[in-house]
Design a protein around this ligand. Structure first.
Ligand code: 2NL
Length: 344
C-alpha cells in the first residue's frame, strides 16, 4: 500500500508537471484527489490494515494528498501567470494611435444669424428683450392699432387657443409690453428676437412658424433720418460696406409713415440682373415711425415722444446672405445642410 501511494504520488506529480493548461490541471485534480480517485480508494481500504500499519499509511496518504494538492496549486499559479502574460502581450494598446473624433456640433445657422443681428444692434445701444409666445389678443393686436374687425385678426390667419389668447403673429407684443412697463417715463431702445406663428401652408418661402426680430426706439425727437441711419448701418454690417439701402413707401397699421427697405443687389449693384429680378434691389425688411395711437396706448405722450420701429425675418436674411433656397432647410435639421455653416 505504501508503494502504491508512492507510485500514485510520482504519477500525479509528473502529470502536473506536464500539464500546460488549467483544463488539464483540473482533470488531474479530479483524477487523483476526487471522491472516486485512487488516493481516496486507498484510504477506503485502510480498514483491512493492522493497528500498527493504519496510522503509518494514513499519515503517508495525507502527506501524498497534501503534496499533490500543493503541486496542483503551484502549477495553477504558474499557468495563470503565463496566461496573463500572454493576454497582456496580445492586448497591448498603442497609445500613440490617434483617438476617435468626438462630434462637437455647433450653433444652428438661424441661431448664428440671430446672434449676429443682436450683437450688431447691441453695438448701437439697443437692449435685447424676450416675451411670451402665447399672447393675449390685446398685446398681439389691440395695442398695435389692429382693432377688432381688422382683417389681420381673422381666425384663419392665426392659431387661436381661446377667443382671446393666441400664438403671437409677430414679436411686437414684446415691445408693447415693454413700453407699458416703462409707462412713458423714459426712452426705450430695444430689439426682440423670437418665434412667431401664422396659419400658412408651408412651402419654399412660407412657414407656419418662423423667426422675427423687431426693433423699437422711442425717445424725444426721434425722426425718420434716425431710422434710415440705423438701418443703413445694419445693412452694410450684415451684407457688406458696398451695399446701398432704399426706402419705399408702404403700409403697416402700427407705423405711420411706413416704409419697406431694399438693399442694392450684390451681383449687379443696382443695374438689374436675374438675382434681383431685374430691379437692382432686394427687399429686406419693413419699418416706419411708430403710430401715435400705439405710443398713446403704451403710455407715451405722442406730442413729446416719437419713435421708429422695424421688423425683419432672420430666415430671409440668412437665405439672402448664404443663398439658401428653401426656408424648410432651417427646420428639417438635415445635418448635411447645417454642417456647412459651422465655423471651424
Ligand atoms: C415686417 C414688418 C414691422 C414693426 C414691424 C412695430 C412695433 C411696435 C410699434 C410699431 Cl411696438 N411697429 N413693429 C413696424 C414696422 C414693420 O415689421 O415686414 N416684418 C417682417
Amino acid at each position: 500500500m505504501k508503494d502504491q501511494l508512492q507510485v500514485l504520488e510520482k504519477e500525479a506529480l509528473q502529470k502536473i508537471e506536464d500539464a500546460d493548461s488549467l483544463k488539464e490541471l483540473q482533470d488531474v485534480r479530479v483524477a487523483y484527489l476526487g471522491k472516486k480517485g485512487p488516493i481516496t480508494e486507498v484510504l477506503k481500504g485502510m480498514g483491512k490494515l493492522s493497528k500498527e500499519e493504519r496510522p503509518v499509511i494514513g499519515e503517508l496518504a495525507n502527506t501524498v494528498r497534501g503534496n499533490v494538492a500543493e503541486a496542483l496549486n503551484r502549477k495553477k499559479a504558474d499557468i495563470e501567470a503565463v496566461e496573463l502574460e500572454k493576454q497582456l502581450a496580445e492586448e497591448t494598446i498603442d497609445v500613440t494611435l490617434p483617438g476617435r473624433p468626438v462630434p462637437t456640433g455647433g450653433p444652428h445657422l438661424l441661431t448664428s444669424i440671430v446672434e449676429e443681428i443682436e450683437d450688431l444692434f447691441i453695438g448701437m445701444g439697443f437692449e435685447v428683450r424676450e416675451g411670451p409666445e402665447v399672447e393675449t389678443d390685446y398685446y398681439n393686436f389691440e395695442a398695435l392699432n389692429l382693432p377688432k374687425g381688422h382683417p389681420a385678426r381673422d381666425m384663419q390667419d392665426s392659431f387661436y387657443i381661446t377667443e382671446d389668447i393666441l400664438l403671437r403673429t409677430h414679436t411686437s407684443p414684446v415691445q408693447a409690453r415693454t413700453m407699458n412697463m416703462i409707462k412713458g417715463e423714459r426712452p426705450v431702445k430695444m430689439i426682440c428676437p423670437g418665434k412667431v406663428y401664422r396659419r400658412d401652408t408651408d412651402d419654399a418661402t412660407h412657414s407656419h412658424q418662423f423667426t422675427q426680430i423687431e426693433g423699437l426706439y422711442v425717445d424725444k425727437h426721434v425722426q425718420m433720418s434716425d431710422l434710415k441711419g440705423v438701418l443703413d448701418r445694419f445693412a452694410k454690417q450684415m451684407f457688406g460696406e458696398d451695399r446701398e439701402i432704399r426706402l419705399r413707401p408702404s403700409f403697416f397699421p402700427f407705423t405711420e409713415p411706413s416704409v419697406e427697405m431694399d438693399i442694392s443687389c450684390k451681383v449687379c449693384h443696382g443695374k438689374g440682373c436675374s438675382v434681383c429680378k431685374k430691379t437692382g434691389w432686394i427687399e429686406i425688411l419693413g419699418a416706419g415711425m411708430v403710430h401715435p395711437r400705439v405710443l398713446e396706448m403704451a403710455g407715451y405722450d405722442p406730442d413729446i415722444y416719437s419713435g421708429f420701429a422695424f421688423g425683419m425675418g432672420p430666415e430671409r436674411i440668412a437665405m439672402l446672405k448664404y443663398g439658401v433656397d428653401d426656408i424648410r432647410h432651417f427646420y428639417t435639421n438635415d445635418i448635411r445642410f447645417l454642417k456647412q455653416y459651422h465655423q471651424a
